[in-house]
Structure formats: structure tokens, C-alpha cells
Ligand binder design. Structure first.
Ligand code: EPZ
Length: 429
């Protein structure tokens, strides 16, 4: 199993190109199941989760082709991938495929909308909480789907097609909003979604569906209106830039010091994060090119956060922010409100010398003068990267085990960081 070795202490200086967002690419790829035409996606990141979803879609009959992996002058890569679901060969998504990635459960919505049925294994995914799918199923039921759960599989049936409805999500859910958008655009009549997720990835999906011929209004606000259409066609859509990747590297610079341009990062996707980071002492400049972040070695100011749905502070940056706060000059509090068990990084950060205590959903972080390199291991994607950025600021050598978590969501992490002066390398085997 690959490991990442880091010798901490170097400042980061230079340019980091921000990739296309994993969490936008996945639902856009799934939307290709809604049409027999070709959906072309630009700026698709090269990640293990994307490759896994390609396999899952392939099982349903989706053909794909990739237009090169062009490297641009600034070192950024971009991939264009064409997806064509000319014929759906099976509406069954087996456990072996779905259990590896939670988002693959979302295929249930386009399959029911297009084929009138689906049989999808209950999902797996990162170990960050129980993560049920009840709201997704309630939404599909509201559109007229009959749901039965047997032997770990959800059997969904709507033989006469879906019909529009008014539905209120009991809690904000990104996946619930994605699935309802995909289902409702092919339903008969109008659908209104209340308490919908406002994440930029939801807006990216709505724009993609509209480019395919759907009639969706209000995406990016809590109320979304969808007028059902008969069918959808192909389209060409760009995956938005990855706000979590950008926020992660901003925190790395906040921790190590230095000056980095996060090229193509979108400040409007990161408002609450940038406000918080500027309170910690990070200098932030927004430009056409992206976001420039710098810290000149002054103390890191302790700052409290609470995770919230967009536009609040994202749960996907909570672990990285905790890494940063381990070096703050004082005490900070970090409250997780989205997932009930997203603190697996606490004990690993402690191996590097961090002082963190956990009561319920709030971690109290007492900043320390220095972190010392150690062997660490993480159980999910964002926790893993929090250990990488802590390792960059620690003295001596840190080895991060179970690198496959990082490969799920960070494109060419070692290359991007070492181009900015970090001592980081992958050790194979
Ligand atoms: C998406 O997961 C992201 N994944 C997650 O990123 C992210 O942490 C999460 O949204 C919140 O922002 C992708 O986009 C692929 P939710 P999702 O439905 O859609 C509960 C990463 O590291 N809930 O918004 O699965 C749920 O348990 C990943 O890239 C139900 O109870 O998250 C959670 O407490 C990790 N029933 C809350 O809602 C349901 O039916 C929000 O989850 C659905 C959700």
C-alpha cells in the first residue's frame, strides 16, 4: 500500500492549479444516464472516485471516451470525457460496486426517471457517520415511486412514470437535492423542492440538466422549481473548480507560511472559509486568476467554527481547519453539525503532538508551539489530507499511511505541493 512521506518545515511558494471538483463531477456523470445522447464534461478530475463511477456507469451501459489529458502551460491538467447511455442494459447496481462509494447510490434517480425501475444496493463510503438514504427515498416516493428494501437492496418502481410534487427535505441534503433534480426533470408536471441544498455543486448539476433541456429555476437557493419535460438531450458542460481542494491548500499555506496563488479557485464558493482564514491571520487577495493566499510567519490566531450547509463553513474542510488550529496561539472550538462521527483525525493529529479534547460534537483545540513528525493513518479522505497539511508544518518526518483515501479526492497532491517547495513524496508498495 502506498504511503506519503513528508519532511515538514518548508514554506509554500508558487502556483497551485485547482482541479475540477470531485463532488460536482460525480453527479454530472450520473446525469448522463438520463439521455441516450452524449453528455460531454470538461475539466473532469483524474481521481479514484471518478474512475470507480465510470465502472459503475459502465455496468448500466454507459460508454465513455476521454479526450487526452492535456497539460497546460501553467501545469494544470484538464480532461474532457464523453458519456453516452445509448441503451440502459441493466437497472441493477450491485453491492460490489455501490458499497465502494456512497455517491453511486444516486444512480437510482435517473434510472427510475428514465426506465421506471431500479434496484440499487444500499451505499458505502467514507467512515464519517451512519449516512442513511431515507430522505432520498422519501423524495422519490413523493414523485410516485414505490420503494421496497430487501436483502440490502432498494427496489424502486414507477411503471407509469414519475409525477411532479411539492417536497420539503427534513434536513438539508446535497445528495437528496441532486437525486430529486435528476428525477423531477423527467416527471410529469411541476415539482417544488423546499429546504434544498444551495451548494455550488447543486447549481452545476442544475445548469447541466438545463443545458440538456430540463426546466429548473432557483438552484442555489433553498426553493427549487422544476417543470418536467418529455426527454433530455446531450450537452457540453464544465465541471466547476474544487472549493474543498482550494480551501485545503489555503489552510496548508496558513499553516506553513509562504505565498501561493490558487489558480482558478472561486472566492464566491469559499466566502465563509476565506472570512474565517482571514481572522486566523491569512492574507487573502482575490483576482481574475483565482485566490492568492499568504502568511508571513506571524502567529495563527485561534478562531472558532461550526460546520453548516453552504454558504456556511463546509464539513469537508473541518479536519483541515482543525489541523491549522493545532498550531494557533491559544484555544479554539470546532463544532461539527453535519455528520455525527467526523472526528477520526483527532487521535491521529494527537500523534503529531496536538492537544485536542472532544466533548459531543465539539472539539477544543489548544494550540501548541510545535508539532513533531510521526506515523499516521486516516480513515477518510478529508481526515487524510488534514494529516498531510499538519505534516507539512511538523518538525521532522511524517508518514501518512492508507494513501488510497487521498487518491479518491486530491488530484496529483504530491506534485502540486512539491512544486511549491514542500518536501513530500509517495512511497510505493
Ligand atoms: C455530500 O455528501 C458530499 N459528497 C460530502 O463530501 C459532503 O460532506 C456532504 O455532501 C455535505 O456537504 C458528495 O458530494 C459526493 P448530505 P452527501 O446528504 O450528499 C444526512 C467528501 O469528503 N442524511 O448532504 O451524502 C447525512 O447523514 C464527501 O467529499 C440523512 O439523514 O451528504 C448527513 O448527516 C464526504 N438522510 C446530512 O444529512 C439522507 O437520506 C447531510 O448529508 C441523506 C442525508
Amino acid at each position: 500500500m502506498d504511503r506519503i512521506k513528508i519532511i515538514g518545515g518548508n514554506r509554500l511558494n508558487g502556483v497551485i492549479p485547482i482541479s475540477g471538483a470531485k463532488n460536482a463531477a460525480l453527479p454530472l456523470m450520473i446525469a448522463s444516464l438520463l439521455t441516450d445522447d452524449t453528455l460531454t464534461l470538461d475539466n473532469v478530475p483524474h481521481l479514484a472516485d471518478v474512475e470507480q463511477l465510470i465502472r459503475i456507469l459502465g455496468n448500466h451501459g454507459v460508454d465513455y471516451s476521454v479526450n487526452g489529458r492535456r497539460q497546460h502551460q501553467d501545469g494544470a491538467y484538464s480532461r474532457t470525457v464523453h458519456f453516452t447511455a445509448r441503451q440502459i442494459v441493466t437497472t441493477r447496481a450491485p453491492y460490489e460496486l455501490v458499497s465502494k462509494m456512497r455517491a453511486s447510490f444516486w444512480v437510482i434517480a435517473p434510472l427510475v426517471a428514465r426506465m421506471g425501475e431500479a434496484c440499487v444496493s444500499l451505499p458505502g463510503g467514507c467512515a464519517i457517520g451512519t449516512r442513511p438514504v431515507d430522505f432520498i427515498l422519501q423524495g422519490l416516493e413523493a414523485l410516485g415511486t414505490e420503494i421496497n428494501i430487501e436483502n440490502g437492496y432498494v427496489h424502486a418502481k414507477a411503471p407509469k412514470g414519475l409525477r411532479g410534487a411539492e417536497f420539503t427535505f427534513p434536513k438539508v441534503t446535497v445528495g437528496g437535492t441532486h437525486t430529486m433534480l435528476m428525477a423531477a426533470c423527467l416527471a410529469r408536471g411541476d415539482t417544488v423542492l423546499h429546504n434544498a441544498a444551495c451548494e455550488p455543486e447543486v447549481v452545476n448539476l442544475a445548469e447541466c440538466l438545463n443545458a440538456m433541456g430540463a426546466k429548473i429555476k432557483g438552484a442555489g437557493t433553498p426553493t427549487i422549481y422544476i417543470e418536467g419535460v418529455e426527454g433530455l438531450s446531450g450537452a457540453r458542460v464544465k465541471v466547476i473548480s474544487d472549493r474543498i481542494e482550494a480551501g485545503t491548500y489555503a489552510m496548508a499555506v496558513a499553516m506553513t507560511g509562504g505565498d501561493v496563488l490558487l489558480k482558478d479557485a472561486r472566492p464566491d464558493y469559499l466566502r465563509s472559509v476565506l472570512d474565517t482564514l482571514s481572522k486566523t491571520g491569512l492574507e487573502i487577495k482575490e483576482s481574475e486568476e483565482g485566490i492568492r493566499v499568504a502568511r508571513n510567519g506571524l502567529d495563527i490566531v485561534p478562531t472558532d467554527i461550526e460546520t453548516q450547509p453552504f454558504p456556511g463553513f463546509p464539513t469537508d474542510l473541518q479536519a483541515q481547519f482543525m489541523g491549522l488550529m493545532t498550531r494557533a496561539k491559544g484555544v479554539s472550538h470546532i463544532t461539527e453539525t453535519i455528520f455525527e462521527n467526523r472526528f477520526m483525525h483527532v487521535q491521529e493529529l494527537a500523534r503529531l503532538g496536538a492537544h485536542i479534547s472532544l466533548v459531543g460534537q465539539t472539539a477544543t483545540v489548544e494550540g501548541v508551539e510545535r508539532l513533531l513528525g510521526a506515523q499516521v493513518m486516516a480513515t477518510d479522505l478529508r481526515a487524510s489530507v488534514s494529516l498531510v497539511i499538519a505534516g507539512l508544518a511538523a518538525e521532522g518526518e511524517t508518514t501518512v499511511n492508507r494513501v488510497y483515501h487521498l487518491d479518491r479526492g486530491f488530484e496529483r497532491l504530491e506534485e502540486k505541493l512539491s512544486n511549491c517547495g514542500a518536501q513530500i513524496e509517495r512511497i510505493s508498495g
